[in-house]
Write a protein that binds this ligand. Sequence first.
Ligand code: NI
Length: 372
Amino acid sequence: MGWQENVIQYRRDLHRIPELGFQETKTHAYLWDRLTSFGLEPKAIGGTGIMADIKGNQSGRTVALRADMDGLPLQEETAEPFISEHPGVMHACGHDGHMAILLGLAERLTGERNFPGTVRVFFQPSEEKLPGGAPTLIEEGVLEGVDAVYGLHLWADDPVGWVGLRPGPMMANADQFTIRIHGVGGHGSQPQVTKDAVLIASQTVVNLQTIVSRRLGAFEPAVVTCGTIKGGQNFNIIAETAEVTGTVRTFSLETQATVEEEITRIAQRTAALYDASAEVDYVKGYPVVINHEREANAWAENLRGLVEVEGPEPNPGGEDFAYYLQHRPGAFLFLGCGQDDNSSAPHHSPHFTVNERALPLGVEVLYRAIEA
Ligand code: NI
């Protein structure tokens, strides 16, 4: 069997053994085994991560290709014959497919050896949860000697044969915030001696909506979502404290800074208006994924004729591939893996599945990054 069939088996094997971030020990052993069987000399990096260099038969640059390794804390509910064997953990985002594609590519490259330069394949632990595996791998030298870095994400919303790739922002800054309001509680019948934290929280949620509508320009996209508002104990007690949490998505570091500043300002001043106080905890998630112009365009050019390349709107999800692109030129793309009958469940759903026809195609798509 060649890599075209093997890539599907690799994904099924990995799908059975999903592991959470930085705990990918069985996954590590599986990848290690395969890479060695191709004649490569893998190296452990960043805990459960692995990298291996494959030398071509001509001189050229060193290109790094990345796959993420972790699953999600989710009980799988598909009818796949290779369903997760780990209760409460599932590959529900397609990272099993990313690893299989990269393994398939390593197998193909070691078989052919017909490419310029060096290809470094690397498998990164923990993409799903902060702080992500990327900063650790960079610290431990995964990009040393590397000229460009590429990666992909399977994307179930679009069919096999579709690729989303554009220069500039591909994914968002994905941040979270918590606002704690401190008022003065009391009897529901005596509002004049209290500072009602529930009322202040409500006003804060409303005022935060003016960031997008009144503080950002028409071409500065952002999302400010208040996901929870909690406060109060009983119907006839005025709440002393309340908490609002939410998420922010922005597509540039400048917009991110503005939104962070405005959330703090609005929360504190709204509380001050009612003689109460607010503390804001703003936690930055993964930075925006910004594709480099030359690399994204060259890769898209190489993909013509193979797939339909669309320059999609930036995706409001977060992805720690962003860190690699802060250090080296490169690009990241979405690879359609929707089921042919449109039955695909969304990413991170217990019903998530991957159209396996996307896997051998993914090997070819990554292959074409080598000379991008
Ligand atoms: Ni993912």
